[in-house]
Design a binder for this molecule. Sequence first.
Ligand SMILES: Nc1ncnc2c1ncn2[C@@H]1O[C@H](COP(=O)(O)OP(=O)(O)OP(=O)(O)O)[C@@H](O)[C@H]1O
Ligand SMILES: [Mg+2]
Length: 115
Amino acid sequence: MIIKVEAIVREDKLDDVIAALTEIEVNGISVSQVMGHGVQKGYTELVRGQEVIVNLVPKIKFEIVVSSEEWEKKTIEAIQKAAFTGDVGDGKIFSYDIRCVMRIRTREKDYDAIN
Ligand SMILES: Nc1ncnc2c1ncn2[C@@H]1O[C@H](COP(=O)(O)OP(=O)(O)OP(=O)(O)O)[C@@H](O)[C@H]1O
Ligand SMILES: [Mg+2]
């Protein structure tokens, strides 16, 4: 079973989440900067004296592909603990099935391509 765990977290949780994933020894991660919003759409901010509605907030997205449900669970738990503050905007974790993986260098597939 090949599963992708995707997490959107606060920008200032980047280092904590990387540390947590390094500790459980995941075999690879991708990180990117994204813009988004959750349930609370928009908040007001003062820009050059004008109140403007900010609709999208910068967040960090992690993508981790793992090769079992056990690893899926471990990865989700580690991210949740590391990214938690308890305030709105902490982010979300998604997981879904991946159809196939290929390691470009060796043409290995699926489990072998991840481990
Ligand atoms: N349903 C969703 N689909 C895609 N991305 C989402 C979704 N919900 C949240 N996100 C992403 O996660 C980021 C943080 O979301 P956020 O934590 O505000 O979710 P929430 O559901 O509003 O929870 P909370 O009430 O804790 O704020 C968003 O900026 C967006 O990038
Ligand atoms: Mg929100």
